[in-house]
Design a protein around this ligand. Structure first.
Ligand SMILES: Nc1ncnc2c1ncn2[C@@H]1O[C@H](COP(=O)(O)OP(=O)(O)OP(=O)(O)O)[C@@H](O)[C@H]1O
Ligand SMILES: [Mg+2]
Length: 512
């Protein structure tokens, strides 16, 4: 079999940290090769090196049997290498077509017209990727944006596709569609390097798996000859509990009461229609659904960030108080915390340090103030405590590096820590809380969510991971086209937990 990529002794250092430490790895042509490892293990760094975004300090690389060293992504792209980044790199103010041809314009005198739109629709149809070529990227859901990113590589005729956590943002049916696309690409002779934290997916779709830990390659195994447990052990270096312990608890008074909530966007599109649900103290209400069925709108109405030119209907009450129309600060003042779905856009400031990001939006808390300014020491102490408690790892432990230099999963841990530790909390709204987080850290975050519930918090959990919803939720509502189409009671969820795969299928019927 021909070799698409051969890496030998790749090393890349950031400060004193070896993000990649002598990594040697071979990827066969025409295969799906998975790359797994804990947050911060060095997966994105390694892919960025193959893609010419980063230059290794030492080591060599062969592409299709020829020695290569890229000094820019342009050179890598010309060699047929394409990458979809962990954090998308689309231009929100441009259309889908414009984004797809960006950097690959046929001629700078020809503007993207109808012909290109048709060509794109056709190519999209072939690979089962539904895309409206004229839509503005800013109007697309995260899942749709990702389809555009993959599409961009197809348009560029990339032969080696690197996908950095492509399924983190997808619901199960979308993931299956993506996998079908990947299989058809491999059948055409393309090679795929797939980075993911979801070991079930690795086992379903890949041919071989490489595992990284702390910058080093632990090993490469054939998928057919390995198991979830073995991969988890290779990644973390210990046995991992793959199930969450979820003791029974009687719910108390209602904290969040949503009644017949409706929302019509300024463009006149009905996004929510008569959505009703109640979340009690001591209860986790899970919302299952394919992205784009009203999740984003529900979140923005709950948090007070929705577009006021749209039209609302019905009511939201938190602790009995109507909140529709209040500002985010006023809503937070009622004891509400939220982890938004897109942390990069709305939950962190990349250039600020970890310590500052840990108090974003919480900077008026007495504990962080001294006189008219900040109590720097208190801010640092908080950072040290949270770093320890949530296992936030950076390349310079003890220092306060910009959060943008942390690996994706570690950025997520910062947001989770900040929002879950807000004092006086009554209601926690969690959207995709473990997106991009490794299995060891998921185990910890799940424990914290259950702890919070046992302390009497009301929790609304929106997740595209059915496994996560089933493991954590007291009740589950299926969101479809802006309303709860079916609600599973506590007894049903409890029973479903015992027959997980059957229950996943049953939920699936109500969300598609
Ligand atoms: N530009 C940078 N400056 C400093 N440190 C960096 C930089 N980029 C990455 N690192 C560090 O290198 C290490 C490896 O990061 P990388 O992003 O490759 O991890 P990863 O395996 O992709 O993790 P995740 O699963 O969380 O995405 C991390 O400790 C990270 O903080
Ligand atoms: Mg990464």
């Amino acid at each position: 079999m021909a070799t698409a990529v051969r890496l030998s002794g790749i090393t890349k250092q950031f400060g004193s940290l070896k993000a990649n430490d002598g990594v040697s790895l071979t990827i066969e042509s025409g295969t799906i090769h998975a790359l797994v490892g804990e947050n911060g293990a060095g997966k994105s760094t390694l892919s960025n090196i193959i893609y010419g975004l980063l230059r290794p300090d030492s080591g060599t690389m062969e592409i299709d049997g020829k020695a290569r060293s890229f000094s820019s992504t342009r050179e890598a792209i010309d060699e047929g290498i394409g990458m979809v980044h962990q954090h998308f790199m689309l231009v929100p103010t441009l259309s889908v077509t414009e984004n797809i041809i960006l950097g690959k314009e046929e001629s700078r005198f020809v503007l993207p017209g109808k012909r290109l739109g048709t060509q794109i629709s056709k190519l999209a149809g072939q690979h089962g990727l539904e895309i409206d070529p004229n839509a503005l990227v800013s109007s697309l859901s995260v899942g749709q944006q990702q389809r555009v990113e993959i599409f961009k590589l197809l348009y560029r005729k990339s032969n080696i596709l690197i996908l950095d956590e492509p399924t983190a943002v997808l619901s199960p049916p979308e993931t299956e569609r993506l996998f079908a696309t990947l299989r058809s690409l491999v059948a055409e002779g393309k090679t795929i390097l797939l980075i993911t934290h979801k070991l079930d997916e690795v086992l379903t779709v890949s041919n071989a798996v490489s595992v990284m830990r702390k910058g080093k390659l632990v090993g490469t195994v054939q998928t057919a000859a390995t198991s979830k447990e073995e991969l988890a052990r290779m990644m973390v270096g210990r046995d991992v509990l793959l199930r969450t312990d979820n003791p029974e608890q009687a719910p108390e008074q209602a904290v969040l009461d949503i009644e017949k909530l409706g929302y019509v966007s300024p463009q006149g599109i009905e996004k929510l229609r008569g959505l009703s649900l109640t979340v009690h103290a001591g209860e986790i209400y899970g919302i299952a659904g394919v992205e784009g069925n009203g999740q984003s709108e529900l979140l923005s109405l709950l948090w007070g960030t929705f577009d006021r030119d749209g039209k609302t209907d019905g009511s939201i009450k938190i602790g009995g108080k109507p909140t529709l129309g209040l500002s985010p600060a006023e809503i937070a003042g009622l004891g509400v915390s939220m982890i938004p779905e897109d942390r990069l856009k709305s939950a962190i400031v990349a250039e600020y340090g970890i310590a500052e990001n840990l108090i974003l939006g919480r900077h008026r808390e007495q504990a962080f103030l001294r006189g008219i300014g900040f109590d720097r020491q208190a801010v640092r102490r908080n950072a040290a405590a949270m770093t320890e408690r949530y296992d936030i790892r950076s390349s310079t432990p003890g220092a306060n590096p910009p959060i943008g230099s942390l690996s994706g999963g570690n950025q997520q841990k910062v947001v989770v820590a900040r929002e879950m530790e807000r004092p006086g909390l009554k209601l926690l709204v969690l959207a995709q809380p473990t997106r991009g987080v490794d299995i060891g850290a998921i185990e910890q975050i799940h424990k914290r969510i259950i702890d919070a519930r046992q302390k009497g918090l009301a929790i609304l959990l929106i997740s595209s991971e059915l496994e996560e919803l089933i493991a954590l939720s007291s009740r589950i509502g299926c969101l479809y086209k802006g309303a709860i189409r079916r609600e599973f009671s506590e007894a049903e969820v409890r029973k479903g937990r015992e027959h997980e795969s059957g229950f996943e299928q049953e939920i699936g019927l109500h969300i598609t």
